[in-house]
Design a protein around this ligand. Structure first.
Ligand SMILES: [Fe+2]
Length: 178
Protein backbone atom coordinates (compact mmCIF):
# COMPACT_ATOMS: atom_id res chain seq x y z
CA UNK A 1 0.00 0.00 0.00
CA UNK A 2 1.31 3.44 -0.96
CA UNK A 3 2.19 5.60 2.01
CA UNK A 4 -0.16 8.52 2.72
CA UNK A 5 2.29 11.44 2.83
CA UNK A 6 2.32 14.59 4.95
CA UNK A 7 1.87 16.56 1.72
CA UNK A 8 -1.22 14.43 0.84
CA UNK A 9 -2.63 15.27 4.25
CA UNK A 10 -1.79 18.96 4.04
CA UNK A 11 -3.27 19.31 0.55
CA UNK A 12 -6.75 18.41 1.79
CA UNK A 13 -8.94 21.49 2.04
CA UNK A 14 -10.23 20.41 5.43
CA UNK A 15 -6.67 20.15 6.83
CA UNK A 16 -5.84 23.71 5.81
CA UNK A 17 -9.14 25.00 7.13
CA UNK A 18 -8.49 23.54 10.58
CA UNK A 19 -4.74 24.20 10.67
CA UNK A 20 -5.32 27.85 9.78
CA UNK A 21 -6.77 28.38 13.29
CA UNK A 22 -3.82 27.20 15.31
CA UNK A 23 -1.32 28.21 12.64
CA UNK A 24 0.27 26.37 9.73
CA UNK A 25 3.68 27.55 10.91
CA UNK A 26 3.22 25.85 14.29
CA UNK A 27 1.95 22.59 12.72
CA UNK A 28 4.87 22.33 10.26
CA UNK A 29 7.48 23.32 12.85
CA UNK A 30 6.19 20.69 15.28
CA UNK A 31 6.29 18.06 12.51
CA UNK A 32 9.95 18.98 11.84
CA UNK A 33 10.75 18.80 15.55
CA UNK A 34 9.00 15.43 15.73
CA UNK A 35 11.08 14.05 12.85
CA UNK A 36 14.37 14.85 14.63
CA UNK A 37 13.12 13.58 17.98
CA UNK A 38 11.61 10.41 16.53
CA UNK A 39 14.93 9.52 14.85
CA UNK A 40 16.73 9.96 18.19
CA UNK A 41 14.06 8.06 20.16
CA UNK A 42 13.85 5.29 17.54
CA UNK A 43 10.07 5.49 17.23
CA UNK A 44 7.97 5.48 14.04
CA UNK A 45 8.79 8.60 12.00
CA UNK A 46 5.58 8.22 10.03
CA UNK A 47 3.35 8.12 13.13
CA UNK A 48 5.22 10.85 15.02
CA UNK A 49 5.25 13.35 12.14
CA UNK A 50 1.61 12.75 11.14
CA UNK A 51 0.51 13.16 14.76
CA UNK A 52 2.64 16.28 15.10
CA UNK A 53 1.25 17.88 11.95
CA UNK A 54 -2.34 17.24 13.06
CA UNK A 55 -1.95 17.67 16.83
CA UNK A 56 -3.77 21.03 17.00
CA UNK A 57 -6.38 20.48 14.30
CA UNK A 58 -9.11 20.46 16.96
CA UNK A 59 -8.65 24.14 17.77
CA UNK A 60 -11.59 26.41 17.28
CA UNK A 61 -11.59 30.17 17.17
CA UNK A 62 -12.20 32.19 20.26
CA UNK A 63 -11.98 35.76 19.16
CA UNK A 64 -12.38 38.87 21.21
CA UNK A 65 -11.67 42.25 19.59
CA UNK A 66 -10.48 40.44 16.48
CA UNK A 67 -7.85 38.44 18.32
CA UNK A 68 -7.87 35.09 20.00
CA UNK A 69 -8.58 35.46 23.71
CA UNK A 70 -6.19 32.75 24.79
CA UNK A 71 -7.04 32.67 28.49
CA UNK A 72 -10.77 32.44 27.84
CA UNK A 73 -10.13 29.82 25.21
CA UNK A 74 -8.23 27.60 27.62
CA UNK A 75 -11.10 27.53 30.11
CA UNK A 76 -13.37 25.88 27.55
CA UNK A 77 -10.71 23.95 25.72
CA UNK A 78 -11.34 20.45 24.35
CA UNK A 79 -9.11 20.81 21.28
CA UNK A 80 -7.27 17.55 21.82
CA UNK A 81 -10.54 15.60 21.85
CA UNK A 82 -11.88 17.32 18.74
CA UNK A 83 -8.48 17.00 17.05
CA UNK A 84 -8.28 13.27 17.72
CA UNK A 85 -11.63 12.76 16.01
CA UNK A 86 -10.88 15.06 13.09
CA UNK A 87 -7.45 13.53 12.47
CA UNK A 88 -8.94 10.03 12.45
CA UNK A 89 -11.72 10.96 10.04
CA UNK A 90 -9.31 12.76 7.71
CA UNK A 91 -6.82 9.89 7.60
CA UNK A 92 -9.48 7.26 6.97
CA UNK A 93 -10.85 9.38 4.14
CA UNK A 94 -7.35 9.48 2.61
CA UNK A 95 -7.17 5.69 2.69
CA UNK A 96 -4.78 5.49 5.62
CA UNK A 97 -4.21 2.16 7.34
CA UNK A 98 -6.77 1.93 10.18
CA UNK A 99 -4.16 1.12 12.81
CA UNK A 100 -2.06 4.13 11.78
CA UNK A 101 -5.19 6.31 11.94
CA UNK A 102 -5.89 5.05 15.46
CA UNK A 103 -2.30 5.59 16.68
CA UNK A 104 -2.25 9.12 15.28
CA UNK A 105 -5.64 9.87 16.81
CA UNK A 106 -4.45 8.70 20.24
CA UNK A 107 -1.24 10.74 20.03
CA UNK A 108 -3.33 13.82 19.20
CA UNK A 109 -5.63 13.10 22.14
CA UNK A 110 -2.69 12.79 24.55
CA UNK A 111 -0.36 15.52 23.21
CA UNK A 112 -1.38 17.73 26.12
CA UNK A 113 -3.01 17.21 29.50
CA UNK A 114 -3.92 20.88 29.94
CA UNK A 115 -7.61 20.01 29.49
CA UNK A 116 -7.55 17.04 31.88
CA UNK A 117 -7.94 17.00 35.68
CA UNK A 118 -4.79 14.86 36.01
CA UNK A 119 -1.31 14.62 34.51
CA UNK A 120 -0.40 11.98 31.95
CA UNK A 121 3.29 12.77 31.48
CA UNK A 122 4.72 9.40 32.53
CA UNK A 123 1.97 7.36 30.89
CA UNK A 124 2.59 8.28 27.28
CA UNK A 125 4.18 5.78 24.92
CA UNK A 126 7.59 6.86 23.54
CA UNK A 127 5.94 7.98 20.25
CA UNK A 128 3.26 9.99 22.08
CA UNK A 129 6.00 11.50 24.23
CA UNK A 130 7.90 12.64 21.11
CA UNK A 131 4.75 14.43 19.86
CA UNK A 132 4.18 16.19 23.20
CA UNK A 133 7.84 17.26 23.42
CA UNK A 134 7.94 18.42 19.79
CA UNK A 135 4.91 20.62 20.53
CA UNK A 136 6.36 21.98 23.78
CA UNK A 137 9.55 22.97 21.96
CA UNK A 138 7.65 25.41 19.72
CA UNK A 139 5.41 26.84 22.45
CA UNK A 140 5.61 30.51 23.33
CA UNK A 141 3.98 32.40 26.23
CA UNK A 142 0.33 33.41 25.73
CA UNK A 143 -0.05 31.11 22.73
CA UNK A 144 2.07 33.38 20.50
CA UNK A 145 3.26 30.35 18.52
CA UNK A 146 -0.25 30.15 17.03
CA UNK A 147 0.18 33.55 15.34
CA UNK A 148 3.41 32.92 13.43
CA UNK A 149 2.66 32.87 9.73
CA UNK A 150 3.64 30.56 6.89
CA UNK A 151 2.39 30.48 3.30
CA UNK A 152 0.87 27.15 2.17
CA UNK A 153 3.58 26.86 -0.55
CA UNK A 154 6.34 26.99 2.02
CA UNK A 155 4.47 24.45 4.18
CA UNK A 156 4.28 22.03 1.24
CA UNK A 157 8.02 22.40 0.55
CA UNK A 158 8.97 21.78 4.17
CA UNK A 159 6.58 18.84 4.53
CA UNK A 160 7.92 17.35 1.31
CA UNK A 161 11.42 17.39 2.82
CA UNK A 162 10.13 15.47 5.85
CA UNK A 163 8.35 12.95 3.58
CA UNK A 164 11.53 12.41 1.59
CA UNK A 165 13.57 11.81 4.73
CA UNK A 166 10.97 9.30 6.03
CA UNK A 167 10.89 7.44 2.72
CA UNK A 168 14.69 7.35 2.56
CA UNK A 169 14.91 5.90 6.04
CA UNK A 170 12.13 3.41 5.34
CA UNK A 171 13.92 2.11 2.26
CA UNK A 172 17.18 1.82 4.23
CA UNK A 173 15.31 -0.27 6.80
CA UNK A 174 13.90 -2.50 4.06
CA UNK A 175 17.39 -2.84 2.56
CA UNK A 176 18.72 -4.08 5.90
CA UNK A 177 15.99 -6.69 6.35
CA UNK A 178 16.35 -8.11 2.81
FE1 LIG B 1 0.51 22.82 19.70
Amino acid sequence: MKRVTLVDIFNQRITQKYLQRSGINHAVTVAENALDMAIKANVSLDLATKSALLHDMGHYEWYRDGKWDYEEYRRHDIHAIKGAERAHKLLIRLGEDRLVAKEVSLAVLLHTDSYLPFEISDQRTPMQHVVAEADALDEQPGGQHHYKEMEPNEAVERLHKIDKKIEEMQSQEKGKSN
